[in-house]
Every structure is written in C-alpha cells, then in structure tokens.
Design a protein around this ligand. Structure first.
Ligand SMILES: [Zn+2]
Length: 702
C-alpha cells in the first residue's frame, strides 16, 4: 500500500507525455529492484524473515527519491543494511539510541549557547544576538538523516506503525518495541524542503495577520456613546476576550461586554470595515457598522483623522490566510504515507488520540448535565439572563487571602537573586513532597539562571546535560508573579529530569504531549503558597476552581469542535474561495453553538466560537486546550489522593513518551477521560447547593 502511494505521487508529478519519461523509467526500475532485493534477502536470511523483509523494503521505497541513488544503489543499500540476527538487531537499536541522544542533546546545547545573551539577563544585547537566538542547529536534522541513509536503515529494520496499531497493541508491546516505534516515528514523513518553506511562509503570513488584528476600542461607539478609555487598543481575540472577562469585576461593564461581542461577530463574519482595523482615526458602531472620521481630540497618538472613511468591509483576509495555511499543510500530504492528511498528522502522529475519540470526549463535556447547573449559578451571581459572551464568565476565581504586596515582600526577601533560588531548590522540592535524597538529586540536575523575559524551562536532550530553569528576578529580588511562574517552570524541569534520566530507553525520553507536561507543571504551581509556608487553598476555593475549570473547558471544547469542523470542510472543498470558507465557518460555528450552547445560554445563531485567532494561524491546534483541561484534572485528582506526591510524580514522569492513553493508564489507572473534571465539578455543585443557596443573590465574586 505504501508503495502504491509512492507510485501515484510520482505519476501525478510527471509531465503528461504519452512517452515514458525518465522519471517513469527510473521508477519502473525501482519497482523491479524491490522485487529482486526481496528475493535476494529472503534467500540469504531465510523464509522466516520474509514478512520483515517485505515490510522493510516497502518502507524504504516509499521514501526513496531519485536523488538518493539509482536502482543499483538502492539494491546495494537494501542488501547490505538488512539485519536479521536478533542480537545484531538489538545492537542496531542501541546504536540509534546512542546516536540520536548525542545529536539531539548536542543541538539543545548548541542552541542554548547561541541564544544565551538573547534570553538571559546578562547585560545589554547586541543586534546580532537576535540572529544567534533564531539560529537552529538541528533545523535540518531529519533531512540529513535521510540524505545520509541513516533514516533508511531504521525504516528497513524497524516497523512504522499506525496510531490504530499503537492503540490496539501498544499495551502488550515490550519497552524495546516501544523504543523501535519511537525511532521509526521520526521518519514517518519526509517532507521536501520546498514544502516546508511553503508551510513556514503561510504560517508567517497568518501570524502577521493575527498579530495586527487590533481594535482601537475608544473608537467603538454604541448609540453614539464611547464606552472605553482613550488610547485603549485590544488585540483580537486575546485582549478582546480578556476585556470581557475583566468587566465581570466592574459595575458598568455590561455595555462594554455587549459591544465587544458584537465586534467579535463582525470580525468572524468579516463585516467589520477594513478601515477600522488597526486604525485609531476612525469611529465606528459595531451594530450598524457605520464608520466615520474620529474627532481629533479623541485620538491619543495626536495623529490627524482621515478626511473620509472607506466603508468597505474587510475582504475575507482572515479566511484567505487560513486557506493559505491549509494549502501549505496539504502540500505535505504525499510525503507522509502513514498519515496522509494534516488532520491525520495532527491527531495520529502528534496528539496520538484519534480524531473521533477527541470529538467524543469534547461532546461528553458539552452535553454534561452539570453545565446547565453551573449556568444557573452564573445567572444567579450575575442577576440577569445569560448572553453568548458569558461563555467567558470569569467570576468563579477565588479571592486570594494574601495581598499582592505581602506576597511580593515574602518572595523578594527569600529570593534576592537567581542563585538564591538555586541554593534553595532542595528545600523547595522537599516542601513539594520529595524526599531529602531525591530533592538533592534533582537540585543537582537543574540549572537556575536569570531570564530577560518572564521565565521558561529548557529541557536537556542528553544525559550528562541538565534542564535549565530561567527565572525573572528584578533588581530588588523576585516578585510573587515571578515566583509563581518559577514554580511552574520548576515543575517542567523536574519532569524533564525524570523523563530523561530515569526512563529505560532514551528513545522514549519525555512525556506524550504538551498537555501532560503542562498538567505536571500546574501541579507544582498550584502549591506555590505551600512552598512559601503560607497556606493551602481552602475547600471553598477548591469548589470555585472546579466550577471555573468545567466552565472554561465547556467554552473551549466548542471552539475546538469548530476548528476541527473547518479543517474537515477545507479537505472536502480544497478549491474553496475565501468567501466560501467564510460562509462554511459561520455555518459550522452556528451549528455547534445551536446544538451545545443555545440550550444553556438561551440565544441562537451566534458565530462567536469562531473568534479564536489560533483558528487562522495555528494549524488545528485548538483541540489541545480542552484535552489539556481533562488531562490536568485527571493528574491533579490522582496526585491529590497520593500518599507521597514526590514519589507519584516521579513514577508518572519517568514512564516515557508512549501514547497519552497508555501513559495516563500507567499514571492514574484510566485512559484520558472526562471523569475527573466532571466529578470535581459535581462535588463542587453539591457542596454549593448544600449551602442552601446562600450565594444565590450575592454580587459577582470580584
Ligand atoms: Zn508551562
């Protein structure tokens, strides 16, 4: 099957000449070579090896290009590199393990060294530092591994697998088999440089569009009234959404929330006048879409307003950019035989949870009977009927018992420098539940450094090298915000140490996906006050967090379904125009809204779910968010019940990068699911309702 696909690709690319082209001739020689090589290899290694030989030869041929060598070179390669002796095969796997650890780890070290001055707080930056930090030593490693034939040695001797096989059989596989699977997975696609460049270009264009999608909200007028302060500029969708959230804490926020929701609808439907995007000189009404020059006194920059305003709507640029990413991603399809669409690559190669299962998990959340019960809570807290933008309701966050200033004082005193955190790591880790010995062992493998930015955790790629914790420390010490982030990053670093140093095969180093590593980091972050010796969150705070968590997951689950629906539609209509994609997106967003949100929030037909900028520029990334919530709730619930958080964290993090379901089964006893998230929300609701609705008429909680 792999082979048939390869032929198809070659023929599709060949010129439409009745005569046999040179590509055709080379191809038919390669077909013959395959058969001859199989016969020769079976004759030499025995009929017992036939299945392995056939599979290996097909896997190599599916990726072999004329530039890799002619038919003679292919045959010589196949016959010299096939290994059948079990001991030799184990040694071969070991060689790859050693080599790739050295390569990957080396690239991490080189990139870290090059980016030092750009990311660390080491004094003034030179212009060249930006270029040094953008340099990626390992950027072409996959190409190089193919060009040097190393990738073909792996493909000839070890099996490529489909996600279906990994899910069906993975639980019975030995660890060594899993290491083989991870080795060949690296070579499941061989995308030509030109296609990768096309993807990078489309991605950059979409990112640029998204980064420039600013609305000057001081110039958004409803019924002639200015609702927002002078100079306020909000980036779609992040700032727009966050302003809706922030306005739950203000007394006069409702008209602003309604106005922003209208702006969002206009952006999605592309009925926003092009002239108001990113322009502080134009007043407009999102309800009527009328746009006029703004009075000069309202313009913060002091710039002059335009003399006239072009009323034309934005010409579907949003959807043109999205189509650009789709077409670029699709161009890689022929070079990924086991996952021949971007959708398949995203779910099967990257997420490793099938699309249908993700969809089913999301629907379990969307259809949960707990959701309308939470909606009732929100309605009571707001004292009004819900409106569509209330999917961003933000009032369940518990109030901190400590003031920001008090917390700042505590962390600044404790951590005047990055070195002081380095010295204190064993103590921090003991407070989080690690034994004295383990805390010391971990601390010796984490390097703390002062960051220019807010902080991050950089993994190591080989044993002997250490993960780095970059943390922000001001002149007068580390403030609480910096500390809170540092504890989150420390969670990443501890996972990185375990998942590299304690995993039995470095080919399996790491955890299955970002949702898992984020969940583990949040386990640390949620306990930051305990590290300071201040307090643990009380039962009321836990309840509010559980309700908030389900409501946020409910919101983002629908957004993810829209993203998935739109990618399905683009694959079914690859020739679509931006206008057709706009109409399809509106239809999909409204259908999902009407099915899962209208019954809860009471309004039909809003396209609000399609506002996320990730939809335009992030290549089907959005399902990772709701999955992240599910995985985080599941890990948190398991660790909360654990006797020793440190020991459990270590056991989970050192299991290696198998599929998320298998990893989660080992970690918590069950595959990825909704039970933990829904269970916590249900307990919270029962707890709240048990309090005899004492909160029913309370004002918003902040
Ligand atoms: Zn993180």
């Amino acid at each position: 099957m792999l082979h048939a696909l390869f032929v198809h690709v070659l023929l599709a690319a060949a010129p439409p000449s009745p005569a046999m082209t040179s590509t055709d001739r080379a191809e038919s020689r390669i077909v013959a070579t395959g058969a001859e090589a199989i016969a020769a290899l079976v004759a030499r290694h025995g009929d017992g090896q036939r299945a392995r030989v056939e599979r290996g030869v097909a896997q190599v041929k599916a990726m072999w290009r004329p530039t890799d060598g002619d038919a003679g070179a292919l045959r010589a390669f196949l016959e010299s590199q096939f290994v059948s002796d079990p001991e030799a095969l184990a040694s071969l796997l070991g060689r790859f393990e050693e080599a790739l650890e050295a390569l990957d780890g080396g690239f991490v070290e080189q990139n870290r060294a090059l980016a030092r001055h750009a990311v660390l707080d080491l004094g003034p930056m030179l212009e060249v530092d930006k270029l040094l930090s953008a340099f990626d030593a390992g950027a072409h490693v996959t190409d190089d591994l193919f060009d040097s034939k190393l990738a073909f040695v792996a493909l000839l001797n070890f099996p490529l697998t489909t996600l279906d096989e990994r899910l069906r059989e993975g639980e019975r596989w030995s660890r060594r088999r899993w290491a083989e699977v991870r080795l060949t997975n690296r070579f499941a696609r061989r995308v030509p440089a030109a296609v990768n460049q096309q993807i990078a270009r489309a991605s950059a264009e979409a990112e640029l569009y998204v980064a420039d999608d600013n609305i000057y909200v001081h110039h958004v007028l409803v019924d002639g009234k200015r609702l927002f302060p002078k100079g306020m500029r909000l980036l779609s969708h992040w700032n727009l959404r966050d302003q809706i959230k922030a306005d739950y804490a203000t007394k006069d926020g409702l008209p602003r929330q309604r106005a922003i929701a209208k702006v969002m609808e206009r952006i999605v439907a592309q009925t926003i006048p092009a002239s108001v995007v990113n322009d502080p000189g134009v007043d407009w009404d999102p309800v009527t879409t009328s746009a006029v020059p703004a009075p000069a006194v309202t313009i913060e920059t002091g710039a002059q307003p335009p003399t006239r305003v072009d009323p034309a709507r934005e010409p579907d640029t949003r959807y043109a950019r999205l189509l650009g990413t789709f077409r670029a991603a699709k161009a890689a399809d022929p070079y990924s035989p086991t996952a021949p669409t971007h959708i398949a690559r995203k779910f099967e190669l990257e997420r490793e949870i099938p699309e249908a299962r993700v969809s089913a998990l999301l629907k379990e959340v969307l259809e949960s009977p707990l959701v309308p019960r939470i909606a009732k809570r929100i309605e009571a807290r707001l004292g009004r009927k819900l409106e569509p933008f209330d999917i961003w309701y933000d009032g369940f966050r518990p109030r901190s018992r400590f003031g920001e200033a008090e917390l700042d004082r505590a962390t600044k005193q404790r951590y005047p420098t990055a070195e002081s955190l380095q010295r204190d790591l064993p103590n921090v880790l003991e407070k989080l539940g690690f034994t004295v010995e383990k805390a010391r062992w971990l601390s010796a493998r984490i390097v703390v450094e002062p960051a220019r930015g807010s902080g991050h955790a950089l993994a190591a790629g080989r044993r002997g090298d250490f993960p780095h914790l970059r943390t922000r420390v001001g002149k007068d010490g580390m403030d609480y915000k910096g500390f809170n982030i540092a504890i989150h990053e420390l969670g990443h670093n501890v996972e990185q140490v375990f998942s590299l140093y304690e995993v039995d095969h470095t080919l399996l180093a790491g955890v299955p996906n970002t949702a898992v590593t984020e969940a583990l980091a949040f386990v640390f972050q949620a306990r930051d006050l305990e590290v300071l010796g201040l307090a643990t969150p009380d039962a009321e705070a836990q309840r509010l967090l559980a309700l908030n968590d389900l409501w946020m997951t409910y919101e983002i689950a629908g957004v993810a379904l829209v993203d998935m629906g739109v990618w399905r539609w683009m694959y079914a209509h690859p020739q679509a125009s931006p206008a057709e994609l706009r109409e399809a997106t509106l239809r999909i967003a409204r259908e999902i809204w009407n099915r899962y949100y209208a019954p809860v929030l009471g309004v039909r037909d809003t396209p609000l779910l399609a506002i996320y900028s990730h939809m335009v520029s992030s290549f089907l990334y959005l399902p990772d968010y709701p999955l992240g919530h599910l995985i985080a709730a599941q890990i948190e619930e398991h660790l909360r019940g654990a006797k020793s958080l440190g020991a459990e964290f270590e056991r989970m993090a050192s299991y290696g990068a198998v599929t998320p379901d298998l990893w989660m089964k080992n970690a918590t006893g069950a595959p990825v699911g909704t039970a933990a998230l829904l269970g916590a929300a249900e307990r919270a609701l029962v707890g709240e309702e048990g309090k005899k609705d004492s909160k029913a008429s309370a004002p918003p909680s902040r």
